[in-house]
Write a protein that binds this ligand. Sequence first.
Ligand code: GUN
Length: 264
Amino acid sequence: MTIKEFVAKEKQALSLDVSGMERKPHLVIIQANDSPASDAYVRGKMRDCDEIGARSTLCLLPPTTEEDFLLQKIAEYNADDDVDGLIVQLPLPKHISEAKVKLAVDPKKDVDGFHPLTTFIPCTPKGIVDYLADIGFEFQGKNAVVLGRSEIVGKPMAKLLLAKNCNVTVLHSKTTEEDKVFYIAHADLIVVAIGRLGFLDQRFQYKESAVIVDVGINRNEEGKLRGDAVADLPVAVQTPVPGGVGLLTRLALMKNLIIAAKNR
Ligand code: GUN
């Protein structure tokens, strides 16, 4: 089953779930940047809400917004009983502390899963694991390599795969090329999230049975969206970009939103 088919099937189930809820889940998205990429992500998330019958509100602030003003907005939505999920789209303008913003969101509404006390699984790792489970990937005892150690993908991904009983190795910019070659050759699952166009290519050897999950979103010379892996590597499964992990992340956000609404 392709990711598109998987997401369509899961969204149908979510729609059915929401149709039985008296109060429709409500997601608030605060966006304080003017990034075209964020615009596209935010539109996608709002369309997803529409599609499953949830409500969404966009609070669009200029990139010149003061940190205090943003924190005050977050406090208002935290206190608003009609809001189930609250996310602040990243990246934030440089003068605003991402750490403070993440801490400011009420953990009960933190459907991105960014707060240290959150009970929500961050969306990209959750979306990936749900998909892998659906295609029958058996996690226990498998060698999982995570490339990249970002706060929103690499670190939570490694933690979740460890909870699934994988043998997890996290590789990063300070890992030697020789070690990358070694670990990648032994990997059953490779999750690549480093933001480097076509980083995973034929110079590495892969297990034929390996699964590559490509979290990268890069533009090639022609301006087209491409991942951190070149297409058609000699493995069993490789997720596409576009039409891959981005859709899984959005699906996981909708699942978290429904959980938040049901938890109240
Ligand atoms: N920017 C890129 N990915 C994400 C995400 O998952 N959540 C938020 N809030 N911002 C992002």
